[in-house]
Design a protein around this ligand. Structure first.
Ligand SMILES: [Zn+2]
Length: 354
């Protein structure tokens, strides 16, 4: 059994982008209620954590962006872009989300937890250095990677982003460095329009951004094949000292925001592959952060599938069924190829043994 720390706080429910917004407070409320139902069977660590201060945010954001978000504090409603709306406590929630991930980094490097899941809102992967966008205020995972590099003197952080959207903000944060590898599997075309195969980094970062854009309609088997091939092949050569997962659940088959077909089995499988990689290279250090996911059933199933894998316990099946028969089949069978795998191998072979 693993020591899995989860980070939750009702402040994440207080961030309210307004009526009918898909990134709703109900998202974390649903997950927290399901966790409460595990009472007696909930063996997760629930450490305390605190909001970060401005100088921590400056590790990845401009003074101007921080001031803009700070100015929304106490205001009932502000619009940072047409999609990115805030309420009175959004700034506090965003600072607490960053604090949760940074505390997760501390627990992993101080060997007080084996892995962590930060169940935070607002999400972060679209937030650029100087621009809030796509429901995101501060880039939680980018800040956690920067914090880990600075605090623990490590040299290689792998961020895997399986949210159905490309994490433009995270990519741009580390586009010119080899200290963070950013790997994204996303639907294309889809918001925000970035994340093409050929976007692979510049200068010292050349080869350290890996984009796997996929057409809609891909399910557990296609994702499993991509993780078994590209993610393992490139990730293992990088030899990460920490793996951070930008875990969105909006590629779930019933999520209205995409046309992907993942089930909880696919999320469990992707987690398993990354945990195996972490066991091989970095003592199992995996930090998961919630990004998107707008179908509440899919969100809950996905989160519990990941938690179940992280903890090495079979969480109650009232939330989950077993791995889908199709996925069980792929794990036994030969690897199938996928056009995207060939495209990525073609552009990545300049940098990695493929
Ligand atoms: Zn998303």
């Amino acid at each position: 059994m693993k020591r899995t720390a989860i980070f939750r706080d009702d402040l994440f429910i207080s961030h309210d982008p307004g009526y009918s917004h898909p990134e709703s407070p109900e998202r974390t409320k649903t997950i927290f209620s399901a966790l409460d139902e595990l009472s007696g069977k909930n063996h997760f660590l629930e450490p305390s954590f605190a909001k970060v201060e401005k100088n921590t945010l400056l590790l990845n954001h401009s003074n101007n962006l921080i001031r803009t978000v700070m100015a929304t504090a106490g205001e009932k409603y502000s619009a940072l872009d047409p999609d990115t709306l805030t309420s009175a406590r959004s700034y506090d929630a965003a600072c607490l989300a960053v604090g949760a991930l940074n505390k997760g980094v501390d627990l992993l490097f101080q060997n007080k937890a084996d892995n962590c899941f930060a169940l935070v809102r607002p999400p972060g992967h679209h937030a650029e250095r100087g621009r809030c966008m796509g429901f995101c205020l501060f880039n939680n995972v980018a800040l956690a990677a920067r914090y880990a590099l600075k605090t623990y003197g490590i040299q290689r952080v792998l961020i895997v982003d399986w949210d159905v959207h490309h994490g433009n903000g995270t990519q741009n944060s580390f586009y010119d460095t080899d200290k963070v590898m950013y790997m994204s599997i996303h639907q294309s075309p889809l918001y925000p329009g970035t994340g093409a195969f050929h976007e692979m980094g510049v200068d010292k970062g050349a080869g350290y951004t890996v984009n796997i854009p996929l057409p809609g309609g891909q399910g557990d088997i296609e994702y499993a094949n991509i993780f078994n091939t590209l993610v393992k092949e490139i990730g293992s050569q990088y030899e990460p000292e920490l793996i951070i997962i930008s875990a969105g659940f909006d590629a779930y088959h019933a999520d209205a925001i995409s046309t992907m077909r993942l089930t909880h089995s696919g999320y469990a499988y992707m987690t398993r592959v990354l945990m195996e990689m972490a066991d091989e290279f970095c003592g199992g250090k995996v930090l998961v952060s919630l990004e998107g996911g707008y179908n509440l059933t899919g969100l809950k199933e996905g989160v519990f599938a990941v938690l179940s894998e992280l903890s090495g316990r079979s969480l109650d099946t009232e939330f989950l069924s077993d791995l889908s028969p199709e996925l069980a089949e792929v794990l036994r069978s030969e690897q199938k190829t996928h056009p995207a795998i060939e495209r990525v191998r073609e552009v990545a072979k300049k940098y990695w043994k493929m």
